[in-house]
Design a protein around this ligand. Structure first.
Ligand code: KG4
Ligand code: ZN
Length: 335
């Protein structure tokens, strides 16, 4: 079964054709980062307009690269939630138009479920159940995936998402948007023990995260140094921040895995591209006899192939929308 998939929840306009949830026949991503970089973050109004300008071309390229016509695909999948509403609406309305004119079923996909499904493409024999750390720019969850479409949130961030923590601290250090990837690169040549930051205590749930204390501590440290005229050792700061974020994530994730008895663990979302997170989790899982999966780098960030992968399983479960489908800025991954 071939799915044509569209993703436009943030600042990437993407389209793909995916067969049976695992095989990518084409995947096109048009990034808007070059426009948002001068503002230090995504400007929703600009994002919506740029999706409008790009979506027809991106969709056409995805079909051409797959050597297909829209009549040759079996269904249209689209990210319907969560995300920037003005961005989501462009993809959802485009998908509705396509599905209606081509007479194909329309499948709404949750963006974070898509991030998890990126792993099905990179690891074709991977199947639920497993425990997944979903870390993106807008969300940080530990998710129990009992089946392709059955999910339960075990832990979540109380404030900033992990990607947001990277982006905000990177911005304080003068790194360009999106800061996570720049900080990751800079951190490779720094000393992670140069600065120590407080470990957050989250009362109530042992599996919840908090990054706001770290963000404040980093901002204060940088301001104090600049007031005293001390030059910031940027690589050391990047390495120390990265190590703190990764420690918080890995500690809570492995605690949840141990308590719930999961031995199959996954990483997903933009932050799963982080080189220390991948390395550290690989080491810790090897020591504990756990199996770890993460997507290939090209599938960690936003793309439509992952939406096509998850869309296949949503279709099998009968999750098909009619023309009243609307985008939603917020919606739980549990649905
Ligand atoms: O999943 P994603 O592409 O978009 C959302 O759904 O939010 O995630 C984007 C986030 C950004 O915060 C970005 O800085 C972060 O992922 N990110 C990274 C790395 N690559 C992207 N964070 C840390 N290290 C990276 N290598
Ligand atoms: Zn994403």
């Amino acid at each position: 079964m071939k799915l044509f998939a569209i993703e436009s929840s943030c600042d990437d306009t993407a389209a793909a054709v995916v067969e049976d949830g695992r095989r990518v026949l084409s995947s096109v991503v048009a990034s808007q980062v070059f426009r948002h970089v001068e503002f230090g973050g995504v400007v929703p109004e600009i994002a919506g307009r740029m999706h409008c300008e790009a979506i027809s071309r991106v969709a056409g390229e995805a079909l051409t690269q797959a050597g297909l016509d829209i009549r040759d695909v079996d269904a249209v999948a689209v990210t319907a939630y969560p995300g920037l509403i003005g961005s989501l609406l462009v993809g959802v309305n485009f998908a509705k138009g396509l599905a209606m004119t081509a007479g194909k079923p329309l499948i709404p996909v949750h963006h974070l479920r898509g991030h998890i499904a990126a792993n099905y493409i990179s690891h074709p024999s991977l199947q639920p159940p497993f425990l997944c750390l979903v870390v993106s720019g807008g969300h940080s969850h530990i998710v129990e995936v009992t089946d392709y479409t059955s999910m339960r949130i075990i832990g979540r961030t109380r404030d900033d998402a992990a990607g947001e923590a990277f982006d905000k601290t990177a911005r304080t250090m003068g790194l360009p948007y999106p800061g996570g990837v720049h900080m990751d690169r800079l951190a490779e040549s720094g000393n992670p023990d140069a600065f120590t930051f407080p470990v957050p205590k989250v009362t109530g749930s042992p599996y919840d995260f908090s990054f706001s204390g770290l963000k404040t501590a980093v901002i204060n440290t940088i301001h104090h140094m600049s007031q005293k005229g001390i030059e910031l050792p940027r690589a050391d700061m990047a390495a120390s921040v990265r190590a703190s974020v990764v420690n918080i994530l890995t500690e809570r994730f492995l605690l949840a895995a141990n308590d719930l008895g999961y031995t199959k663990l996954l990483l997903a979302g933009g932050v799963s591209a982080n080189s220390l997170l991948r390395r550290r989790m690989s080491e810790l899982c090897a020591e504990r006899g756990l199996t770890l999966f993460y997507p290939e780098l090209s599938l960690c960030g936003d793309n439509a192939a992952m939406i096509g992968a998850q869309g296949y399983y949503e279709f099998l479960r009968g999750n098909i929308a009619d023309m009243s489908l609307n985008a939603r800025a917020e919606r739980s991954i549990e649905l």
